[in-house]
Design a protein around this ligand. Structure first.
Ligand SMILES: [Zn+2]
Length: 309
């Protein structure tokens, strides 16, 4: 990393206020991540930034105004509101989701102002299942897609790539950008698994990499190299955005892959190399899944350590 060589880490304590007892997507996930970044000394090497809420204009650049309004009016101060079987609103959920998107949009703007090359957003709830008009799969707003839309509204940013290595297919990101040739969406995910939407969908700028259950390190790395490496130079993006989900780890209670902590070091190094080669190093990553606290903390430590190199 050259000038503006600090890694920016965006977060906000109010991202902990989206909470429903017993749900796997719980505040302790983010606490585990922040604690590990502090205990490892990594936090001393980054520039920590407190996120602000994303504006309605930024959210509506990818989401239907009805979804934005549904989340706002259903945010009760005294009760949990169910969106679907595994997605809910608690007091503080709408603010947490807006802060997550504010982290990614502010991070993108900092990169585009030349204040940083790399950004990590330590936020929740995750975002990549949220479609244009639907919150689902623990996700309320699509954090990475909102950031992508902000980038594309900036002069000089003509093409972006979104890379998603969460164990679940990023159906929301595909839904939002499937008709936008400026956006390459490449992903790796467990086949025949949640969300069962857009699982087989592909076109020249949507490149899925399905993985069989129990896929381990060697086959994961081979599959990603075969799928991603030809697609990214072909698209020649100006910026790389990452949906960083760590629920493909062998220890994860929800995912069914057998990835190791070192696989997250490997894929982060691969992505950083692609950003250096094609995008002048410009890379923004945001936290998606990862539900085993110990392996999540280990994997995020690996991820952020690589981003710091
Ligand atoms: Zn996931």
């Amino acid at each position: 990393m050259s000038n503006a060589d600090s890694l920016l880490v965006y977060t906000h304590p109010d991202c902990l206020d989206h909470a429903f007892a017993g749900h796997p997507e719980r505040p302790e996930r983010l606490t585990a991540v922040i604690d590990r970044l502090n205990e490892s000394g990594i936090m001393d090497e980054v520039t920590l930034v407190e996120a602000s809420e994303a504006s309605g204009d930024d959210l509506s650049s990818v989401h239907d105004p009805d979804l934005i309004e549904i989340l706002r009016v259903n945010e009760r101060t005294d009760a949990i509101v169910r969106i679907d079987q595994d997605t809910y609103l608690s007091p503080g959920s709408n603010r947490a989701a807006r802060l997550a998107c504010g982290a990614s949009t502010e991070g993108i703007r900092a990169i585009l102002r030349g204040e940083a090359q790399r950004v990590f957003c330590a936020v929740r709830p995750p975002g990549h299942h949220a479609e244009i008009n639907t919150a689902m799969g623990f996700c309320l707003f699509n954090t990475i897609a909102v950031a992508g839309a902000v980038a594309l509204a900036t002069p000089g940013i003509d093409r972006i790539a979104i890379l998603d290595f969460d164990v679940h297919q990023g159906n929301g990101t595909v839904d939002i950008f499937k008709d936008d040739e400026r956006v390459l969406v490449v992903s790796s995910f467990q086949e025949d698994f949640y969300p069962m939407r857009y699982m087989d969908y592909h076109n020249p700028h949507v490149v899925p990499c399905p993985l069989a259950a129990n896929t381990g390190s060697r086959d994961f790395r081979r599959a990603v190299e075969a799928s991603w490496l030809p697609a990214i130079p072909r698209h020649n993006p100006d910026l790389i955005l990452v949906s960083a989900g760590f629920d493909g780890h062998a220890q994860d209670p929800l995912g069914g892959l057998s990835l190791s902590t070192d696989d997250y070091r490997w894929i982060t190094a691969l992505i950083a190399g692609l950003a250096d080669e094609h995008c002048e190093g410009r890379l923004l990553s945001t936290l998606e899944g990862g539900y085993d606290l110990a392996s999540l903390a280990d994997s995020v430590e690996m991820h952020v350590s690589e981003l710091l190199k």
